[in-house]
Design a protein around this ligand. Structure first.
Ligand SMILES: [Zn+2]
Length: 383
């Protein structure tokens, strides 16, 4: 039995007309640029149930072997190589299937993108206690494409790097004194106030993808500066996978609970908000001057706080709901509270979202604390 025209067409379309190993475009010559059909369809499980057919002894029934699901579009060279005796124990059925699956899923996502469905990527890149992560333009673009079918845009600069707020050149991150916070704050303001405002005036921004890696107070501040005239998707680097993309949606998010500690008197003007999401801040760790204030604690329901608790966009939404609910409760029931001291053990995406939820004209001022040398100090305000 030979490969039917239908299965041949399927295999070519799923591969996007490119070699599934090297990505070479297979309908055009590399030297002459003439139209040629250069690709070959390689069997993953060999065509025949026979030891001399490469990977042919796999249990896959013979009639299924000539279907697109068992075929990879390859250059002649790669086709030849995967079928050589010496490569059979490396290029196994399992491995080839996984390469094919990843590649075809990627092609399908890429071809679904349209410039009308664009998103402007903003990257805030700093250090956290000396550590840096990779947050390049390709890294961000890939996360956007994998997480939602949007076309990543990096406008408004000579190199097309888009909005990049680079805090890595600000000195003093490890000791994090007042000068450090002030300088970082100014750099964030500069990009947001000058460049993003310009872009908004030209009406070219409808959706923003926000990426941030920096000390937590800076991310809250960053979030507070992203106004709500456009929709925002916030990204974080997931510790378990080291990837920035959100995994595909899988059911509802994990809920959060809010606990109230201490009584809130009618004339209370200040309170404490503790976010125990990726870790747990104990009451004993609070600075003395906060110990007597009414306190609210937000934490995931039913599980111990841990890194990667926010493992989906649905869970991030649940966190945002919990914050929003608390802020509106305060507004309705404790109007006197004008200042909330915020101590957070939270993933970076949660920090950005906290800043975004805050509305300066209705909510209390947020004093954001940073922990250095085991002590919490108030370092930035969102008002
Ligand atoms: Zn190739």
């Amino acid at each position: 039995m030979a490969i039917s025209e239908t299965e041949r067409l399927k295999a070519w379309v799923r591969a996007g007309g490119r070699c599934e190993f090297c990505g070479r475009y297979l309908l055009e010559g590399k030297l002459t640029y003439k139209d040629f059909t250069l690709g070959e369809l390689a069997h993953i499980v060999g065509r025949d149930v026979a030891p001399k057919s490469p990977r042919g002894m796999d249990p896959l029934p013979k009639p299924q072997r000539d279907l697109a699901d068992n075929l990879m579009l390859l250059c002649r060279g790669e086709h030849n190589e995967i079928d050589r005796k010496g490569s059979l124990n490396i290029m196994t059925v399992e491995r080839l299937r996984s390469i094919k699956r990843d590649r075809e899923e990627w092609i399908r996502r890429m071809t679904a993108l349209s410039p009308q469905n664009g998103t402007v990527v903003i990257r805030l890149i700093g250090r956290v206690r000396g550590a840096e992560v990779e947050l390049t333009k390709p890294t961000a673009a890939e996360a956007v494409i994998r997480s939602e079918a949007r076309f990543p845009e990096f406008p408004l600069s000579l190199h097309g790097d888009g909005f990049e707020i680079d805090l890595r050149n600000v000195l003093g991150e490890e000791t994090a004194g007042p000068a450090y916070w002030e300088q970082c704050r100014q750099q964030i303001d500069q990009v947001i106030e000058l460049r993003l405002a310009d872009a908004l005036r030209e009406d070219s921004v409808q959706h923003v993808s926000a990426f941030g890696f920096a000390r937590l107070p800076l991310l809250v501040y960053f979030g507070s500066r992203l106004n709500d005239t456009f929709a925002v998707t916030t990204y974080q680097r997931h510790r378990s996978t080291e990837a920035w993309n959100w995994p595909d949606a899988q059911g509802p998010g994990r809920p959060f609970v809010t606990e109230t500690h201490g009584s809130v008197s009618r004339d209370a003007e200040e309170g404490v908000l503790i976010l125990n999401v990726s870790g747990s801040i104990q009451a004993e760790e609070l600075p003395d001057e906060l110990a007597e204030l009414p306190r609210w604690v937000i934490r995931p329901q039913g599980i111990v706080p841990a890194v990667d608790v926010i493992d989906s966009r649905a869970t991030l939404d649940e966190f945002v709901n919990a914050i929003r609910q608390l802020l509106s409760d305060l507004e309705a029931q404790h109007k006197g509270i004008q200042r909330l001291h915020v101590l957070a053990a939270a993933p970076l995406s949660a920090a950005v979202e906290l800043g975004r939820v805050h509305e300066s004209h209705v909510h209390p001022t947020l004093a954001i604390y940073d922990r250095t040398d085991g002590r919490y100090t108030s370092v930035l305000e969102v008002s």
